[in-house]
Write a protein that binds this ligand. Structure first.
Ligand code: SF4
Length: 269
């Protein structure tokens, strides 16, 4: 028998009621007469017979690695493996399945609807950091915003950021993110901010480039920073690597800002 339903489970029951389906980040949930089907949203039109049948217990392992075997430090990164389906027979199993695929997401989704929501904004969060993360406080608002814009871009994470820093609004509902909220900076973003601060401290070199040369660099960086081409040698969580896609995105945004508006190339979102 199902244990007593948690408040998030009760709220999610209402959210699903009457729907044909609900996309929870990359996972499509289809309520059935008894239970709920889960599969990758990109497999929505495929026959079950074409897909691998997984149990709820298989999902945690599925979420650990990308199709190339690389570890997924952020489970809401848009690189969940495809080609499977799973049935959660009860609401408790559905909660378990969602927690395996997106740890903490259902609770955060529910908490975001509370009044007040337990949101920790960037300055509040980093103000409590000690040790090697203390230096993050030295980032200016503009530099912190640049780090957040790059680190939380939709190409890296589908959580909808509801926290902010001065000069940077939370993610808009139509920003291409998911229904899963992000209530406070995560460890990957924190480490990225630390690396961003370290890069700033190093003496900068002056390089004179024409707008056309910057545009060429932007195109090259777009290709190099595409997470779909990431190899296992460029680990997403290793932000000390110059080839890390978040670092490439940060540099790309910086170069973009140097271009006159008339010749700017829109950032990939
Ligand atoms: S801090 Fe940014 S990267 Fe981390 S979970 Fe939140 S939105 Fe995603």
């Amino acid at each position: 028998m199902d244990p007593a339903p948690s408040p998030p489970r009760l709220a999610f029951r209402c959210e699903l009621a009457g729907r044909e389906f609900l996309d929870f980040a990359e996972v499509r949930l289809t309520p059935e007469t008894s239970g709920c089907e889960l599969r990758h949203g990109a497999d929505a039109g495929r026959e079950r017979s074409e897909l691998l049948v997984l149990t709820v217990g298989d999902l945690r392992e599925l979420a650990q690695t990308t199709v190339t075997g690389a570890f997924r430090p952020i489970k809401t990164a848009p690189n969940l493996r495809r080609g499977w389906w799973c049935r959660a027979a009860t609401e408790a199993e559905l909660e378990e399945a969602l927690d395996a695929l997106y740890p903490g997401a259902l609770t955060d989704w529910w908490a975001a609807g509370e009044n007040p929501a337990p949101v920790q904004h960037f300055r509040e969060f980093t103000g409590r950091q000690t040790g090697m993360y203390r230096g993050i406080r030295e980032l200016s608002d503009a530099d912190a915003a640049a780090v957040i814009r790059a680190g939380c871009a939709v190409q890296f994470c589908l959580r909808r950021r509801v926290w902010s820093v001065a000069g940077l609004a939370p993610d808009a509902p139509d920003a291409g993110k998911s229904v899963i909220p992000c209530l406070e900076p995560c460890p990957v973003l924190l480490e990225f901010a630390r690396q961003g601060r370290r890069l700033q401290v190093d003496a900068a070199m002056t390089v004179a480039l024409a707008p056309g040369e910057i545009a060429t660099l932007l195109h090259a960086l777009d290709r190099a920073g595409d997470p779909s081409t990431m190899t296992s040698t460029v680990r997403e969580g290793d932000l000390s690597q110059p080839a890390n896609p978040r670092r490439i995105r940060l540099l790309r945004d910086r170069l973009q800002g140097l271009l006159p508006v008339s010749s700017s190339v829109d950032a990939k979102e």
